[in-house]
Design a protein around this ligand. Structure first.
Ligand code: NAP
Length: 248
């Protein structure tokens, strides 16, 4: 399948790309092609497209370029996001616009530009990487929570509006992943290994499974949603969170 992914050079993104690259063509939408190419040196089936997701024109021209070279996109994985992690009253208009643009507007416009082709093909799978913070929230996450709640709503809306054309849309609502170890160096920054990340910085009580998820556990679900095994799943905001949401 032809799979578009944003944020493919990020922590989760690298793990998704590594897994899916073996059997699919992957189109990485990135604002940093050099860094991204370095991370995936010697890997096959990868195509790189420059795009700053804050910019509508970049998104539009990037999708045009992909369609100039390839006829179909089968899967979109909207994975890129940022978090500004500060009190709401300190958030500037620029901060606000940036997080809205990358986390919510970009997925919207990417879907808007690709869905017409999916409609023609009568097939498409949209996977939005959301968060448990779309449903619950914590301090200093107002804007992030807003974007992820919006992303969940976008997911359900696409599912309802385009299901009749064989297009499914689902989100994966993951909880906090492991953070980098204290010994951060360039290799670790680019690492895809669970062992290079700290397990925990917050209390474990919140999660019924008492541990953070491994990258592979998140990628398993994303891979499943990309596959035909999930063909009747549509419009779901699927928690992959060790039970956090169930405990609310
Ligand atoms: N980390 C967590 O604990 C956690 C928890 C719940 C949900 N999630 C969700 O999981 C997904 C992946 O998270 P992650 O922690 O793996 O992210 P990450 O490592 O911080 O990577 C973020 C990615 O987004 C890209 N990006 C940011 N701004 C961009 C822009 N303006 N244009 C193009 N690309 C841009 C970054 O590209 P550059 O390399 O160019 O910066 C990077 O590839 C996100 O949707 C996140 O909200 C994460």
């Amino acid at each position: 399948m032809n799979i578009v992914i944003t944020g493919g050079n990020g922590k989760l993104g690298q793990n998704i790309v590594e897994r899916l690259q073996k059997d699919n063509e992957i189109f990485l939408i990135t604002r940093n092609i050099k860094k991204t190419e370095k991370i995936f040196e010697n890997k096959e089936n990868l195509h790189f497209y420059n795009c700053n997701l804050e910019l509508y024109n970049d998104i539009e021209s990037c999708i045009h370029k992909i369609f100039d070279e390839f006829k179909n996109i089968d899967v979109i994985i909207n994975n890129a996001a940022l978090d500004i992690d500060q009190p709401m009253i300190e958030t500037t208009k620029e901060d606000f616009e940036k997080i809205m643009s990358v986390n919510l507007f970009a997925p919207y416009f990417i879907c808007q530009k690709i869905i017409p082709r999916m409609k023609q093909n009568k097939f498409g799978k949209i996977i939005n990487i959301s968060s448990d913070l779309s449903i619950r929230t914590v301090k200093n996450a107002t804007e992030y929570s807003m974007t992820k709640a919006g992303l969940d709503a976008l997911t359900r809306s696409i599912a309802v509006e385009y299901g009749e054309y064989g297009i499914t849309a689902n989100s994966v609502n993951i909880n906090g992943m492991k953070g980098y170890t204290t010994k951060v160096n360039e290799n670790i920054l680019f690492s895809k290994e669970d062992k290079d990340y700290d397990d925990w910085k917050q209390s474990k009580e919140r999660i019924p499974l008492s541990r953070r998820g491994n990258f592979s556990e998140f990628v398993d679900v994303i891979e499943f949603l990309c596959s035909n095994k999930s063909s009747y799943i549509n419009g779901v905001n699927l928690p992959v969170d060790g039970g956090i949401i169930a405990k609310l």
